[in-house]
Design a protein around this ligand. Structure first.
Ligand SMILES: CC(C)(COP(=O)([O-])OP(=O)([O-])OC[C@H]1O[C@@H](n2cnc3c(N)ncnc32)[C@H](O)[C@@H]1OP(=O)([O-])[O-])[C@@H](O)C(=O)NCCC(=O)NCCSC(=O)C[C@@](C)(O)CC(=O)[O-]
Ligand SMILES: NC(=O)C1=CN([C@@H]2O[C@H](COP(=O)(O)OP(=O)(O)OC[C@H]3O[C@@H](n4cnc5c(N)ncnc54)[C@H](OP(=O)(O)O)[C@@H]3O)[C@@H](O)[C@H]2O)C=CC1
Length: 514
């Protein structure tokens, strides 16, 4: 037996051996294998070593099979048992993260199973192998090279549906993936109130994804010359030509320049069809900078992203200029519906909106946070529809406005203004089958056949409208003092709150949980 195999077996318990035998049986059901020693035979005995060596080929033999030059690696790996592949990985012959690439498309689930085993055995904490994290029956071909590396399974999140909600005259279910009980109920109540007033009207006031590289020049004078060139018609045209050569859909809209010392920042803004567009715009920006470099050989591109974009971070530039889709959603709710469905009054709602969403957020020094919980609704829809969840940072920026309208001001005029909804129906997590199922529910999956960009824009309009529903319902619950009652009913698990989570009062043992 090789030294590696000996190293392995010397620390095996009988339980390990039983587990291994089970795995080998699963990998080779056609072979008849011996039973492991019984669990009462003690641990780490010489007998175990001989049993182990009986069903595991030696490292040398496995390497010879794996490295056989006349066969593709995927075929060689198919000849090895899971345990033998694990042995090769543990010996450093196979990178654990490269398993899918080596196994090939028809053994993707096996790659995930083996990775779980390798990581479990290396772990000093929990084990993945026997964990409740699911991994079977998932289409890993859509993940590979697109959505995730070093995959060990997937995390299911409950998916609820609020609504339907009437948006621009059409009814949509509102899909929400969330673990916060009350969100779907609350949004549904908002939808009911909105529908009774005829639904939501939306206006798309901007569409442009942005990327803002940082470029150094030897002096501020040289940086200034480059800025002037970009701002000129000639410079703009040269950058546009280079940029647009990289994509059929990304079209350059504007270039905003700014200087700090000798560093130049350029904010490229482009339409990106039905894609959210960050890969597309980054690819185009790189090409445009290559063209610029030819004219300004002294310039140094410090980073394709110089945070002047600004992606996945709070920033006033997004709030002011917009990023992705900029949408306003508006509705009128009859006063009697405010009373019967929302259990409050137009006056109380308007007053609370000013004092909380506008003044309270101003007191807190907020940028773009003039709302109650836009992030709740937006993030739940992002997760359900395969959006990049980190972009909820800027996408959730929102100002909620309420004022009395109609005869004697008895009805409510309500709107949300959301300048940065960054969504796509093509690319990123939208390629995954369950997320595509959700996009299908909304009728916006993939590329719009006639007008590229329209599917993504419709999704942004739906999201803003759903945020409007969420804002109405939470504000109403707060105005009526119903918040905690609702969360105790919908948002506190009766099953899993462990007794051990009872807080300890210093010096007094466990506090009682009355
Ligand atoms: C991709 C790398 C790591 C390659 O980097 P590399 O140096 O070419 O990789 P390598 O092949 O030399 O391998 C080095 C190590 O990387 C790891 N590694 C390498 N490949 C894999 C793999 N397939 N699966 C798992 N791990 C991998 C692995 O640890 C490996 O070590 P080893 O184990 O081989 O000794 C590198 O180019 C990189 O880190 N790029 C940055 C990508 C990134 O961080 N993207 C974030 C998304 S961008 C965004 O969302 C926000 C943004 C950008 O807009 C924010 C802003 O404005 O700044
Ligand atoms: N690179 C980065 O810095 C960042 C990347 N990301 C990640 O980027 C990914 C999303 O990038 P994104 O550019 O949206 O998607 P993709 O990288 O998937 O690009 C979209 C692709 O779809 C093609 N396409 C086909 N039909 C259409 C259509 N109707 N509209 C638009 N494109 C179409 C495009 O064609 P064509 O080739 O002609 O353009 C392009 O090849 C996400 O995974 C996200 O997490 C997030 C933040 C930053």
């Amino acid at each position: 037996m090789s030294s590696i195999a000996q190293q392995h077996t010397s620390s095996f318990s009988v339980r390990d051996l039983e587990l291994k035998l089970k795995q080998v049986r699963l990998a080779h059901p056609e072979q008849s294998l011996p039973s492991p020693p019984s669990s009462d035979s003690g641990s780490s005995s010489p007998k175990q070593e001989s049993e182990e060596s009986y069903f595991l080929r030696s490292l040398k033999e496995c390497l010879a099979i794996y490295e056989e030059p006349s066969r593709p690696r995927s075929e060689s790996l198919a000849l090895l048992s899971d345990e033998e592949v694990i042995m090769l990985a543990n010996n450093g012959n196979i990178a654990t993260y490269a398993l899918e690439k080596l196994f090939g498309m028809d053994q993707l689930e096996r790659a995930v199973r083996i990775r779980r085993a390798i990581l479990s055995r290396a772990s000093t904490t929990g084990t993945l192998e026997s964990s409740s994290i699911p991994y079977e029956n998932y289409d890993y071909s859509r993940v590979l090279g697109a959505c995730c590396e070093n995959v060990v399974g997937y995390i299911p999140i409950p998916l609820g549906v609020a609504g339907p909600l009437t948006v621009d005259g059409k009814q949509y279910p509102i899909p929400m993936a969330t673990a916060e009980g009350t969100l779907v109920a609350s949004t549904s109540r908002g939808c009911k109130a909105l529908n009774s007033g005829g639904g939501v009207s939306t206006v798309l006031v901007g569409d442009g994804m942005t990327r803002g590289p940082a470029i150094d020049f030897p002096s501020a004078i040289q940086a200034g010359k480059a800025k002037a060139w970009i701002d000129s018609a000639e410079g703009h045209a040269a950058l546009r030509e280079a940029f647009e050569s990289t994509s059929r859909f990304a079209k350059l809209k504007s270039l905003k320049t700014a200087i700090a010392g000798r560093t130049l920042y350029v904010r490229f803004a482009t339409t990106t069809g039905d894609a959210m567009g960050m890969n597309m715009i980054s690819k185009g920006t790189e090409k445009a900078l290559e063209a610029m470099q030819k004219r300004f050989p002294e310039m140094v591109v410090l980073a394709l992203s110089g945070n002047y974009c600004t992606d996945k971070k709070p920033a006033a530039i997004n709030w002011i200029e917009g990023r992705g889709k900029s949408v306003v959603a508006e509705a009128v709710i009859p006063g009697h519906v405010v009373k019967t469905v929302l259990k409050t009054t137009v006056r109380d709602l308007c007053n609370l909106n000013v004092k909380k969403n506008l003044m309270g957020s101003a007191m807190a020094g907020s940028i773009g946070g003039f709302n109650a919980h836009a992030a709740n609704i937006l993030t739940a829809i992002f997760l359900a529809t395969g959006q990049d969840p980190a972009q909820n940072v800027e996408s959730s920026m929102c100002m909620t406005l309420m004022e009395p309208t109609g005869l004697n001001g008895e009805d409510l005029l309500v709107s949300v203004t959301m300048p940065c909804i960054e969504v796509g129906t093509v690319g990123g997590g939208t390629v995954l089958a369950p997320q595509q199922g959700v996009l299908d529910m909304l009728g916006v999956r993939g590329a719009h056949p006639q007008q590229p960009g329209q599917n993504a824009q419709t999704l942004a309009r739906i999201i803003a409208s759903a945020v409007l529903a969420g804002e109405l319902s939470l504000l109403s619950a707060l105005a009526a003092g119903h918040l905690i009652k609702a969360h105790m009913a919908h948002n506190r698990s009766q099953v899993n709150t462990p007794a051990a989570s009872v807080p300890v009062t210093p010096g007094a043992g466990f506090a009682s949980r009355a």
